[in-house]
Design a protein. Structure first.
Length: 314
């Protein structure tokens, strides 16, 4: 089964008003890499005369750092990146995710799984599949016999059962045609963890649908998640947004700049420092001519960058 975006329930329509979002996890302050994603999504929304929303993705509460969300908001505002509605916090939306989860349970699409990572690796090895260290494990369906059970086992993770041949194709506005065979490259993936927390995959799909998000502009590191999310949109009868994946900022070792690699927070100590951070982000997004120009204020820079983005990407 090959599913293209054009075949999905309620595909995006040009008539729908543009609604974009920036959705940071509060595991630390904004760094150069996350500012690129924030600026790119903000510019795309403004270039389309649309709305730009802020969502705090604190669904993984053990990883959230107290005060980080407030710090991120202060950094965005210091850079002139104002959002258009009150921020949404995933940690306050458990009932909404539970409703979607229950729908899939009632439809017999989920099953409990008690497999550890080592159990999965051993099962794959028995099938002759070698997996490199830290590589994502393709789930072999070990617990599929429990498909259709009700969630009485609170210690189990819950996976969605994919069709036997499930390939998702979509167009990325930056990267072009994308295709992923979910059955072979991912396997049945988890929607609720064994600790009871809903996964990013389910939460982001529910949030994008409920907030009416039409365009998702985010880092290229999330590209591999997109097919999973499009499949969930289909089975939950949600619209599918337009996707744009931006180039990542890499460190000196060629690794993605991230909070896990102790990336430094952007400097917003003065408007001049915030402007410099924005110019570096714009340069990374391909707006080199704007980044080289002298700007008297952040507002002037953002106005010029929006015009340049519209000319280059819209």
């Amino acid at each position: 089964m090959i599913l293209a975006v054009s075949e999905l329930q309620n595909p995006p329509s040009p008539a729908r008003a543009y609604r974009g979002r920036f959705a940071p996890s509060p595991t630390g302050p904004l760094h150069a890499g996350s500012l690129v994603a924030a600026l790119g999504s903000w510019l795309d929304a403004r270039a389309h005369q649309g709305q730009w929303l802020l969502r705090i993705e604190d669904i993984d509460t053990p990883r959230s750092i107290p005060g980080a969300a407030e710090q991120i908001q202060a950094q965005l505002l210091a850079c002139g990146l104002q959002w258009d509605e009150e921020p949404v916090w995933q940690s306050a939306r458990q009932e909404t995710y539970q409703k979607a989860f229950n729908q899939l349970i009632d439809e017999g699409q989920l099953y409990p799984c008690n497999c550890s990572r080592q159990t999965i690796a051993n099962a794959l090895k028995a099938l002759g599949v070698e997996t490199e260290r830290h590589q994502e494990l393709v789930y072999p369906g070990s617990c599929r016999s429990q498909l259709g059970l009700k969630p009485e086992n609170t210690l189990a993770a819950w996976r969605i059962a994919l069709p036997e041949h499930c390939t998702i194709a979509f167009e990325d506005r930056a990267l072009g045609h994308q295709i992923q065979n979910l059955s072979q490259e991912v396997g049945d993936f988890v929607l609720r963890r064994s600790d009871g927390l809903f996964t990013y995959q389910l939460a982001v799909v529910v949030d994008d649908a409920e907030q009416g998000i039409t365009h998702v502009v985010r880092g290229e590191d999330l590209l591999n998640n997109t097919a999973r999310q499009i499949y969930l949109q289909k089975v939950l009868h949600y619209p599918t947004p337009v996707y744009v994946h931006l180039p990542l900022v890499l460190d000196e070792f060629g690794e993605k700049l991230s909070k896990q690699t102790l990336a430094s927070a952007i400097d917003i100590s003065t408007p001049a420092h915030a402007l410099k951070a924005l110019e570096l982000a714009a340069n990374h997004l391909g707006l080199q001519e704007i980044a080289k120009q002298a700007h008297q204020s952040i507002g002037e820079f953002l106005s010029a960058a929006t015009a340049a983005w519209k000319k280059k990407y819209c």
